[in-house]
Design a protein around this ligand. Structure first.
Ligand SMILES: *Cc1c(COP(=O)(O)O)cnc(C)c1O
Length: 408
């Protein structure tokens, strides 16, 4: 397939998906961002500075680790791309450092972002502290209560967490409030988008900052195995870790690209986040995409055990790759995900994020498709430390006092 470098088009479209469905008042800011992007992303000094930050501050390149014991359990060669080892514990750092650096070059002094569970807010707060940029994070009042630990982490890094009391008091409303704030502070403020979503040029910009994942995978697997992998599996929320891992392989037809969405309590219930698999075309947050919506076009409630996948839409490029039959769209339930979470912890001593565990869960479901010498790469997007309080509600260990008695 001859794909790389050709999408999106000048209107920001991936086929019929994406675009700039933004209010008139935002257009100058989006156009300014587009100009900034095309100016700096070809600039040698910018590229050098960005990759230096990633290596010195975030710890890139992250390892591509051959998980031998887990691979034996699956029945093929399994490699894990260790994005969980980045500073901050996830791939999100690649994007926030890139966007904050770009904003700074464009003369902006402040960052604004929205956050649901707090992971993107935390990453933005890291970038704000690193670059000395004032940072505001909009967060629904309900999410603030649910995610006290992340709120505290953001505050420690100097970010101001602003409670959103409108609507359902969750992510969707935080986005609206964040955009409203941005509209009245366009001069000095950059809106730091958390995934490959939103109006053009965000899906393009975020993809380019996350591409480092796939570039490293390609370089590493060719060194270790002398050939390309048979499949790459990644979870999809908005889709940034997945497109980052996939993009540099899109032209390589032999590499299966598999994106895994959150099936929550099951695809037959209405408690899931399967936007790509079950959504209908519609516009949300400035872009045409597959969306979970009711008959009237209202966005429906979503559910997933992992907060990072709990989003009613999905990045436009994934919608297009699905339509081109280049992306295999898959899903895993909460239950399957918890099992995979346990398996990787036991076999490898690595506690994966619940988001990443969806990718592992799907590999476990389709393990019969692979032969002993096949190579599968799973993008381990984040570390599971943040998820332990949720997992603890589902997995319990009893300490049996009998076993600890000293025998004579
Ligand atoms: C936020 C997050 C995701 C989901 O976001 P994408 O844009 O789909 O990558 C996945 N994994 C982890 C660890 C996250 O923190």
């Amino acid at each position: 397939m001859d794909y790389i470098g050709k999408h999106p088009d000048e209107l920001g479209k991936f086929g019929e998906f994406g675009g700039m469905f933004a209010p008139e008042i935002l257009m100058p800011a989006l156009n300014e961002l587009k100009e900034g992007y095309f100016r700096y992303l070809k600039d040698e000094n910018f590229i050098k500075e960005f990759s230096q930050i990633l290596s010195e501050y975030s710890g890139r390149p992250t390892p591509l680790y051959r998980a031998k014991r887990y691979g034996e359990f699956i029945g093929c060669k399994v490699y894990l791309k260790r994005e969980d080892l980045n500073h901050g514990g996830a791939h999100k750092i690649n994007n926030v450092m890139g966007q904050a650096l770009l904003a700074k070059k464009m003369g902006k002094t402040k960052l604004v972002a929205e956050t649901g569970a707090g992971q993107h807010g935390f990453a933005t707060a890291i970038a704000g502290a690193y670059f000395g940029m004032e940072t505001k994070v909009f967060m629904g009042e309900i999410d603030i209560k649910r995610q006290a630990y992340n709120v505290f982490r953001m505050q420690l890094l100097g970010a101001e967490v602003i409670p959103v009391k409108s609507g359902s008091k969750t992510l969707k409303d935080a986005v609206n409030e964040g955009l409203r704030y941005w509209i009245s502070h366009l001069e000095d403020t950059h809106y730091l988008m958390g995934s490959v979503v939103g109006p053009h040029p965000y899906p393009l910009i975020v993809r380019e900052f996350q591409r480092v994942i796939g570039k490293e995978i390609k370089d590493q697997i060719l060194r270790y195995e002398g050939k390309l992998p048979d499949a790459i599996i990644a979870c999809i929320g908005g889709g940034s870790n997945a497109i980052g891992a996939f993009y540099d392989f899109v032209n390589d037809d032999s590499v299966n690209l598999i994106g895994v969405e959150a099936a929550g309590e099951g695809k037959d219930t209405n408690k899931h986040s399967i936007a790509l698999g079950l959504g209908r075309k519609g516009v949300l947050h400035g872009a045409m995409q597959y969306l979970l919506q009711d008959g009237y076009g209202n966005i429906t409630e979503t559910h997933s055990i992992s907060a990072g996948l709990d989003y009613p839409g999905v990045g436009p490029e994934h919608c297009y790759l699905k339509e081109l039959h280049r992306l295999r769209v898959a899903e895993a339930t909460d239950k399957e995900t918890l099992q995979a979470f346990k398996n990787l912890s036991l076999y490898e001593g690595i506690i994966p994020a619940l988001e990443s565990s969806h990718a592992l869960a799907y590999l476990e479901k389709i393990k019969k498709e692979f032969q002993k010498d096949d190579i599968v790469v799973v993008n381990l997007s984040g570390n599971g430390g943040k998820d332990l309080s949720i997992v603890k509600e589902h997995i319990q260990f009893k300490i049996d006092p009998e076993k600890y008695e000293i025998q004579d």
